[in-house]
Design a protein. Structure first.
Lengths: 107, 121
């Protein structure tokens, strides 16, 4: 099975900051990597698919990069509504494991 | 508008069974490999199972293999998850999820609201 590891577990930042979250796969997954945002009491929301493709309706301040085993989610200028938990997920092969999440908190 | 509506959750004793349902609308259900994903209260996400659009391929996480069975009825646009031999660690919010493309390789663009399964004596 492919294991996904995210870092950091928690990230403290302020509105307007540029932030990055990292995700590492235990083996190469090409660009079969997705990013989700989840707020309390809500289902996850797809932000980025295929490592760098922005899902329809998602603000352009979100971007993804990487291939193989190392991936990054970047938020260029944090907005108040961005404080949430972010998960990566590999869709290269089953089981489609998720990372443990990065919780983005207000500094 | 795409909608996924899960039902069937509840309180069950260890060793018991439940069947979850996910009623889909707003897209060509039979073309998509559909998945179940669960989330333990206060914790992360775990992919559980998937079934191809035609129903001829099924996939399971090791943690549920041999205990859970995924199925679908394309005429009713409904996905199911039969859960047997339930354990305390199966307690979670269970989501039905639709992939962006016909396979599962592009992430899940639509999720239901979830149905809560609690396994406790």
């Amino acid at each position: 099975d492919i294991q996904m590891t995210q870092s950091p577990s928690t990230l403290s930042a302020s509105v307007g900051d540029r932030v990055t979250s990292a995700c590492r796969a235990s083996q190469s997954i090409g660009t079969y990597l997705n990013w989700y945002q989840q707020k309390p009491g809500e289902a996850p929301k797809l932000l980025i698919y295929a490592a760098s493709s922005l899902q329809s309706g998602v603000p352009s301040r979100f971007s993804g990069s990487g291939s193989g085993t190392d991936f990054t989610l970047t938020i260029s200028s944090l907005q108040p509504e961005d404080f949430a938990t972010y998960y990566c997920q590999q869709s290269h092969s089953t089981p489609y494991n998720f990372g443990q999440g990065t919780k983005l908190e207000i500094k | 508008e795409v909608q996924l509506l899960e039902s069937g959750g509840g309180l069950v004793q260890p060793g018991g069974s439940l069947r979850l349902s996910c009623a889909a609308s707003g897209f060509t259900f039979s073309r998509y490999t559909m998945s179940w994903v669960r989330q333990t209260p206060g914790k992360g996400l775990e992919w559980v199972s998937a079934m191809s659009g035609s129903g001829d391929a099924t996939y399971y996480a090791d943690s549920v293999k041999g205990r859970f069975t995924i199925s679908r009825d394309n005429s009713k646009k409904t996905l199911y998850l039969q859960m047997n031999s339930l354990r305390v660690e199966d307690t979670a919010l269970y989501y039905c999820a639709k992939p962006l493309g016909y396979g599962s390789g592009q992430g899940f663009d639509y999720w239901g609201q979830g149905t809560l399964v609690t396994v406790s004596s």
